[in-house]
Design a protein around this ligand. Structure first.
Ligand code: RNT
Ligand code: ZN
Length: 417
């Protein structure tokens, strides 16, 4: 018997003693997809080949060699990452990852420009998620959906409409509903004289975009708020209140909570259940802000485990879409994907290994002592043994063995780019 199996059997007994069935927890984990963002692989560059730089107040730092230079390389890199992450996955792409021999502007994109992505995902049996790209474009410098210039606004409204058609197409092709997430960087470095006007324009623009029906079986829209960006420190049109209100007023639109988009002392784990009372579905962008919205690789830290526990404790896995959003160009980019995605799944498993009903029952009785004593004890229960076993049953490298595969691919492929 392998050490991993031996360790699992002991762990299974230990969890059984507190009323947790590890096999059931793993079966549940195995039904929850995590959506991995393609943009970690090329530092949010996109493939429009216009030579433009990344704008919109976001930034990938670091110059680690070997980043993907075209869609084929990016998909090959994602293939390697996916081969090292157990369980269900989706891949999240942005409109500027289109493929075309001729230049296609954002207001002219069509489903066919994403056929390679769709065919690739279908062949792997995984779903795709989608995002309009409202940044890194000459017309995005003075606002997009909130722009005062009507022509600019119309351009971006057309872009938004087209992305919904594409997302529906991707959902239909893959057989998995594709989330279509709207994040607009519109904002100001200083306090604007008119903070209301841009918001009113953005609201109307979104109403127009969302007025065209799409098949809810294949796509669902989401809106993502933000506190500030580089160059939009004082004012962001799409603030938390703006999009929280929008999602509440429009039940077909999900609210996206990015863990890096709030004041540094605020955490999404403490907002999540409040929003669950009003929203039918939430989309998470799991990220890791350090002092600002720095989009560090997701670590297995207190906030990640708290957030996953909040979802499980509220029994809201079916109302929550878990996606990742970070970009680090300072380390091997494939390793960055594997680290963050495995951490997210591991944190979810940790949450599933909690005896939630028993703990909630002692809380109901007012037993705060047991609540603290037991949750603290359970923190060092053998999660790792259960995770290793899960990796092994999925034919994925357990523990740190995956790093060897990344190194080999780096040696054979990415270092030669
Ligand atoms: C930016 C938002 C947004 C982007 C991606 C690329 O702060 O988090 O989600 O990171 O769409
Ligand atoms: Zn985000």
């Amino acid at each position: 018997m392998s050490n991993i199996l031996k360790a699992y059997e002991l762990a299974r007994e230990q969890y059984a003693a507190i009323g947790v069935n590890t096999d059931e927890a793993l079966a549940k984990l195995d039904t929850i997809p995590v959506s991995m963002h393609c943009w970690q692989g090329d530092d949010v560059g996109g493939f429009e080949n216009t030579g433009g730089e990344l704008t919109g107040g976001i930034m990938s730092t670091g110059n680690y060699p070997g980043k993907a230079r075209n869609a084929e390389e990016l998909r090959a890199d994602i293939d390697v990452a996916l081969s090292l992450i157990p369980g269900p996955k989706k891949v999240n792409i942005h409109a500027f990852y289109l493929e075309s021999d001729v230049k296609v502007d954002r207001d002219a994109i069509e489903p066919k420009h994403f056929d390679n992505w769709a065919n690739w995902a279908k062949a792997k049996g995984i779903g795709l998620d989608f995002n309009p790209t409202f940044f890194s474009h000459p017309l995005s410098d003075n606002g997009t959906l909130s722009a005062a210039d009507e022509g600019v606004r119309k351009f971006w409204i057309e872009h938004g409409k087209r992305t919904r058609v594409i997302a529906e197409y991707l959902g239909r092709k893959t057989g998995f509903r594709a989330a279509n997430n709207f994040w607009m960087p519109d904002g100001c470095k200083e306090r604007p004289m008119d903070s209301y006007g841009p918001r009113a324009r953005m609201k109307d623009a979104l109403d127009e975009i969302f007025s065209v029906p799409v098949d809810p079986a294949f796509t669902k829209d989401a809106v993502e708020s933000k506190l500030f960006g580089i160059g939009s420190e004082a004012y962001v049109v799409g603030s938390h209140e703006f999009f929280m209100g929008y999602a509440m007023a429009n039940p077909n639109v999900m609210l996206t909570l990015d863990t890096g988009h709030f004041h540094p002392t605020e955490v999404v784990s403490s907002k999540y259940s409040a929003l669950l009372c009003y929203l039918s579905e939430i989309l998470l962008h799991v990220s890791r802000p350090i002092r600002w919205d720095s989009d560090h690789v997701v670590a297995f830290d207190d906030e990640l485990t708290a957030l996953m526990s909040e979802i499980v404790r509220a029994d809201a896995l079916d109302r929550t879409n878990i996606a990742l959003d970070y970009f680090d160009g300072s380390i091997n980019r494939i390793a960055a994907w594997v680290i963050g995605t495995r951490n997210t799944k591991k944190a979810l498993l940790k949450a599933l290994l909690e005896p939630v009903a028993a703990l909630q029952a002692s809380e109901l009785k007012g037993d705060a002592t047991a609540r603290l004593a037991l949750t603290e004890e359970y923190k060092t229960y053998p999660l790792g043994a259960v995770w290793d076993y899960y990796c092994e049953t999925k034919d994925m490298p357990a523990r740190d063995c995956w790093l060897e595969n990344v190194r080999k691919y780096e040696n054979d492929v990415t270092s030669k780019r």
